[in-house]
Design a protein. Structure first.
Length: 402
């Protein structure tokens, strides 16, 4: 008798993270010697700054290798609170902070902590790939809020107002945005805060790209703009992007004590504390010199300008100028319906496959972010790689004919 291993309906309905899947495929091909231009994952190409690595080595040598408090070591929580004070003028007590295994796990813990089956969570489109899955794993219902590239992907406040129901539990904001690089205006954030207070919903603000902004404004979020709404706001952040620490897996949350307590309870029954050594490294990252962060930001700005210039020179592409993060999200749909080498391209998945197979450029299809017209390319990689990627993209698109 053949045996079909019994898997839960939950996992059968779950799609693996497309960004991680494509990145793994690109890295595997590269390791086999295939000449791949990997513009897929949102992962800074820089090495983690030296003083952060040294702090981790010291932690190991000092034997800091045991369980820590579930929500993080007290000195790290204090450093995080100081950072909120410094960057956002927001005051949090250590009981209002939790450290987790990456921003992704923070979001997972929060969803598990605040959602009951059928609770609605509003997610602006385009969205980061994991938001819908994280909500659905907590049995929440996703309500998508479309946005318009012609309006720089701004929040559609009229539509948001009309979507609110008695079941609306939360909205997830991500500014600067992955994948579009959009930054929400202060006025729009203020309106969302007022709606949240009036209609009693939670604002989850994913600020993971808050240090990578190109508008010369400091980091800001909805709670810093509307302090009266702070009780409604859960701030999610982490060190993966700002300090080039994707592999270390540290993220953190600040918010009302009740949600921190609940999320910490979930964490105590799932992963326990985040890695002890990584916590010491992050303490050094947050309290040490920030010049490497500024250097990386400068490089991202230079790359953004370069990649935008190249995209704008390719006929048929339109692309909203990113104001932060390290992605471009061009609309390639004017090439849909065209053919190259006998293959017709009709959607973003076929476009991504075509670019990978014919030109060996790895990018992420827009459908993974909720909009099939687009492709996402990360420019968190060396300029020479971006240059080669854009050369190949230009040729690949010019080979598509009706
Ligand atoms: N939010 C957004 C918008 C992201 O792009 C990422 C990507 N890594 C995360 C959260 C989670 O990052 P991490 O788990 O590495 O902290
Ligand atoms: N957040 C990054 C991205 O969007 C890393 C991959 C992931 O965590 O899904 O590419």
């Amino acid at each position: 008798m053949s045996w079909t291993f019994p898997l839960s309906e939950r996992v059968r309905n779950l799609k693996p993270s497309p960004t991680l899947a494509i990145d793994t495929k690109a890295k595997t091909l590269k390791a086999k010697g295939v000449d791949i231009i990997n513009l897929s994952a949102g992962e800074p190409d820089f090495d983690t700054p030296e003083h952060i690595k040294e702090a981790a080595i010291k932690a190991i040598r000092d034997g800091f290798t045991k369980y820590t408090p579930v929500g993080g070591i007290p000195e790290l929580k204090e450093a995080i609170a100081a950072k909120f004070e410094q960057d956002y003028k927001l005051t949090y007590r250590p009981e209002q902070i939790m450290v987790s295994t990456g921003g992704k796990q923070v979001l997972y813990n929060v969803a598990q902590a605040i959602l009951d089956p059928g609770d609605e969570v509003i997610i602006p489109v385009p969205y980061w790939v994991s938001y819908p899955a994280i909500v659905e794993l907590a049995e929440g219902t996703v309500r998508f809020l479309p946005s318009d590239p012609d309006k720089d992907f701004a929040l559609d406040l009229a539509e948001l107002g009309s979507m609110l129901t008695s079941k609306t539990r939360a909205i997830i904001l991500n500014s600067p945005s992955n994948p579009t690089g959009a930054v929400y205006s202060r006025e729009d954030l203020m309106t969302v805060a007022a709606l949240a207070v009036e209609h009693n919903f939670v604002i989850i603000t994913d600020d993971i790209y808050d240090q990578i902004r190109f508008d010369n404004k400091g980091p800001e979020n909805i709670a810093s703009l509307v302090p009266e709404a702070q009780d409604h706001v859960i701030v999610v952040n982490g060190v993966s992007k700002t300090y080039a620490m994707t592999g270390w897996r540290i993220g953190y949350l600040a918010g009302p004590q009740a949600v921190v307590k609940a999320a910490t309870k979930i964490q105590s029954q799932s992963t326990s504390n985040p890695n002890s050594i990584a916590q010491k490294a992050v303490l050094a990252a947050l309290t040490g010199p920030q010049d490497e962060v500024l250097k990386m930001k400068k490089a991202f700005l230079e790359r953004k300008n370069y990649i935008m210039e190249r995209l704008e020179a390719i006929p048929g592409i339109s692309c909203v100028k990113p104001k932060g993060a390290f992605y471009v999200f061009p609309d390639l749909s004017s090439y849909y319906g065209k053919k190259a080498f006998g293959k017709e391209i009709n959607n973003s998945l076929e476009m991504a496959d075509y670019l990978l197979e014919e030109s060996r450029i790895a990018g992420v299809p827009g459908i993974a972010f909720g909009d099939d017209r687009f492709m996402r390319f990360s420019y968190a990689t060396d300029l020479s790689i971006i240059q080669e990627g854009m050369d190949r993209l230009r040729v690949a698109l010019s080979n598509l004919n009706s």
